[in-house]
Design a protein around this ligand. Structure first.
Ligand code: AMP
Length: 282
């Protein structure tokens, strides 16, 4: 496994690989890797002949009061695990390699940045879209793989790829969960044992809502208030949003039909957790 720190080296390497007929499959991450990330890496092996994983905690997608400085960084452990996953190249640039002091060009998603995560994290998707476009230009992938855990992020990236005519296919893979239902996340490491237990209310309320829909409920308002009531059982959980929306546009629904996503963002012990379930409703 080759570890590349410089953007110019990575780009040269990728262009050479492409010229030699290799197909590059790319998994962008912020490190502190878990089974969710590895599921994307395993899928990447099915999509390409060379698998590139990036590890970069992108400062531009964190707000001033967010967890940038304490975000878990475990490069050594991550490298070891990626070696085990037979990753070919890890791109792990320093901040200064990605952003010069006079950095001034941004990709700004518009409508999609005003709702859900965007409404609660101003500037977040500007940071995400900008870094992902930069990573795409550096890594030159044929295909890039993202997790449905960050559903709105995947919508933002697909939109950017369409809007800017990027010659890259985007694959979205299902959320990996612990056996008890908790969606894996690097941020789960912030939770105490008790907090982790309390966080189960999120997946449990989403699963219960999915069952209600499977059993015939079609009112989005009733599902929203049901999920809110479930979350309210934990008196200290503070809810940012509960959404019942079209899976592709994330526009809120009145009547539940088509491709549907139920999403939640909520704070437990001050840790901001997001989760969602998606389903096809006839
Ligand atoms: P992150 O390191 O949190 O920025 O995530 C890197 C990629 O892994 C993103 O595409 C995430 O959506 C994806 N990811 C994070 N958690 C999970 C999970 N539990 N299951 C599947 N994919 C995930």
């Amino acid at each position: 496994m080759r570890i590349v720190k410089k953007a110019s080296t990575m780009q040269r390497l990728s262009l050479k690989l492409r010229a030699a007929g290799e197909r590059i499959a790319f998994v962008p991450t912020m490190g502190a890797l878990h089974e969710g990330h590895f599921s994307l890496v395993r899928y990447a092996h099915l999509c390409g002949s060379v698998v590139v994983v990036s590890i970069f905690v992108n400062p531009m997608q964190f707000g001033p009061r967010e967890d940038l400085s304490r975000y878990p960084r475990q490069a050594r452990r991550d490298y070891k695990l990626l070696r085990r996953e037979k990753v070919d190249i890890v791109f792990a640039p320093a901040r200064s390699e990605m952003y010069s002091p006079n950095f001034d060009t941004w990709v700004v998603p518009e409508r999609i940045s005003t709702i859900l995560e965007g409404a609660h994290r101003p500037g977040h998707f500007r940071g995400v879209a900008t870094v992902v476009l930069k990573l795409f230009n550096i890594v030159q992938p044929h295909v890039a793989i993202f997790g449905e855990k960050d559903l709105q992020q995947s919508v933002v990236i697909k939109q950017m790829v369409r809007d800017l005519n990027l010659p890259i296919s985007i694959d979205i893979r299902p959320t990996i969960r612990d056996a008890d239902g908790l969606a894996l996340s690097s941020r789960n490491t912030y939770l105490s044992d008790a907090g982790r237990q309390r966080a189960l209310v999120i997946s449990q309320s989403l699963f219960a809502a999915r069952t209600m829909i499977a059993e015939g409920e079609r009112s989005a308002a009733r599902i929203r208030s049901y999920v809110r009531r479930c979350l309210a059982r934990d008196a200290e959980a503070s809810v940012d949003y509960v959404s019942v929306a079209d899976r592709r546009t994330l526009a809120e629904l009145k009547r539940i039909e088509g491709d549907v996503a139920i999403s939640v963002a909520c704070r437990i012990e001050g840790v901001r957790l997001i989760d969602n379930v998606t389903m096809r409703v006839r």
